[in-house]
Design a protein around this ligand. Structure first.
Ligand code: MGP
Ligand code: SAH
Length: 309
């Protein structure tokens, strides 16, 4: 509760002209009469109240120009930021996390709306790549590459990456972003549909980070694999298995883990499985499932990345 200013100040501390009046409002009026335009009511901006006036109002109970200015400035700032970056205001929370998505954000990273909410935070993408780097794998297929969050980290950890993405604009951004990280030459970008291309792709590790159906995924209590896009998770997994049994899948934090286990034991022969929770500070961002031999290698995240130019 904000404290009343009249309660905080002993009456003796007020100028005589105020003490003579019963209320702060009357005191302010008296001051205004005495000093004319030189008197300006002090507006309690934060926490403090002036008598019974609401925070941010002047003695006449009207919104103070100062308070209005600050509120409008905040709104304008927010709109300005969104407009300046060409992003919708509903994506503002992702924009605030921009440096955890791409630490080199200011060096010219480009994103579109879907990119904002689906790019894997850099530290998590790096941990995926570090894990894969503990195996003898050399080529990674990133089947849903988006604006390049994962592909860039795999390349930075020394892999040759085939990055498949259906949306040409995202590929354009991913190429730009890979250039920002100095790893463009280690990524082969392919614009196309993963399901059509899968029979022709060869690689040691398949990385799957498909669409989860937008940010509303988090409002569902249990995210089942059939909710993955553009096809059911079982079909996505089957297509990946045709390339390699070493599969890394980045999934929503509310995914049904029994279904993820099912993917491993329904395979023939059953695949080893390792499940990892991915946090950024204290916030759980997603779940990673490692299938096949890659699930068995101890993660060597203490290894250092290939030097990024
Ligand atoms: P989030 O849950 O939308 O945001 O996404 P956050 O910051 O956890 O907000 P909170 O208010 O829910 O706590 C968290 C992370 O999940 C994102 O940074 C992406 O890495 C990943 N992610 C989110 N979506 C909607 C997708 C998606 O559709 N596909 C993929 N591959 N990853 C996604
Ligand atoms: N891991 C990525 C984000 C992936 S979001 C990153 O860190 O940047 C999922 C992506 O899958 C979206 O960009 C979407 O355009 C793409 N996509 C959807 N259907 C696809 C398909 N059939 N083939 C290839 N890409 C597809």
């Amino acid at each position: 509760m904000p404290r009343s200013r009249s309660a905080a100040l002993p009456r003796s501390a007020l100028p005589a002209v105020c003490r003579a009046r019963a209320s702060p409002r009357a005191a302010a009026l008296a001051l205004r009469q005495r000093f004319g335009s030189r008197f300006r009511p002090i507006v309690a901006k934060r926490g403090l109240r002036f008598g019974s006036y609401r925070m941010g109002t002047n003695v006449d109970g009207q919104a103070s120009p100062l308070a209005l200015k600050s509120k409008k400035r905040k709104q304008a700032d927010r709109k300005g930021i969104s407009r300046a970056n060409g992003i919708a205001s509903c994506l503002f929370k992702y924009w605030r996390q921009r440096y955890s998505l791409f630490s080199r954000y200011d060096a010219g990273i480009k994103m579109d709306n879907e990119g904002w909410f689906s790019v894997t935070p850099e530290a998590i993408a790096s941990s995926h790549a570090a894990h894969a780097a503990s195996s003898s794998a050399a080529v990674v297929i990133d089947c849903f590459a988006g604006v390049g969050g994962n592909a860039i980290q795999f390349a930075a950890w020394g892999f040759l990456v085939i990055a498949v993405e259906i949306d040409p604009r995202k590929v354009y951004y991913a190429v730009n972003n890979a250039r920002v990280y100095g790893v463009k030459d280690r990524i082969e970008f392919v614009v196309g549909d993963f399901f059509s291309l899968a029979p022709f792709l060869k690689g040691d590790v398949v990385f799957l980070s498909p669409p989860w159906g937008g940010p509303s995924y988090s409002r569902i209590q249990t995210f089942t694999l059939d909710m993955l896009k553009p096809k059911d998770g079982y079909l996505i997994f089957q297509a990946a298995q045709k390339i390699s049994p070493n599969i890394i899948m980045f999934l929503p934090r509310n995914v049904d883990l029994r279904q993820v286990e099912e993917l491993s034991w329904l395979s023939c022969p059953p695949l080893a499985l390792k499940i990892e929770e991915n946090y950024m500070e204290t916030s759980l961002k997603g779940i990673t499932a490692y299938f096949g031999d890659i699930a068995l290698v101890p993660s060597k995240s203490s290894l250092s990345k290939t030097d990024i130019s």
